[in-house]
Write a protein that binds this ligand. Structure first.
Ligand code: SF4
Ligand code: SF4
Length: 74
């Protein structure tokens, strides 16, 4: 699940928009990438790895894990 694009770091190169296989990203009028279709993201990390400025953050899990797991011995 793509979580965040840091607009301060984004240099507007468009790499993430071009490479996303699910076409989930777009550039806005200011030339900054944004997540247009977050539900389409398949967590492939291509955008994060391709971003030259480290502006993208992809989280491996769609849902937050519970903060405490049940104790298996309980
Ligand atoms: S992780 Fe993959 S599917 Fe998700 S936005 Fe990035 S390139 Fe697209
Ligand atoms: S690859 Fe990174 S720097 Fe380039 S448009 Fe996407 S978020 Fe911005």
């Amino acid at each position: 699940m793509i979580e965040r694009i840091d607009a301060e770091k984004c240099i507007g190169c468009g790499q993430c928009v071009r490479l996303c296989p699910l076409d989930a990203l777009r550039l806005n009028e200011e030339g900054k990438a944004y997540i247009a279709y977050p539900e389409d993201c398949m967590t492939c990390f291509i955008c994060e790895r391709a971003c030259p400025s480290g502006a993208l953050y992809v989280h491996p899990f769609k849902e937050q894990l519970p903060s405490v797991f049940p104790d298996s011995d309980a």
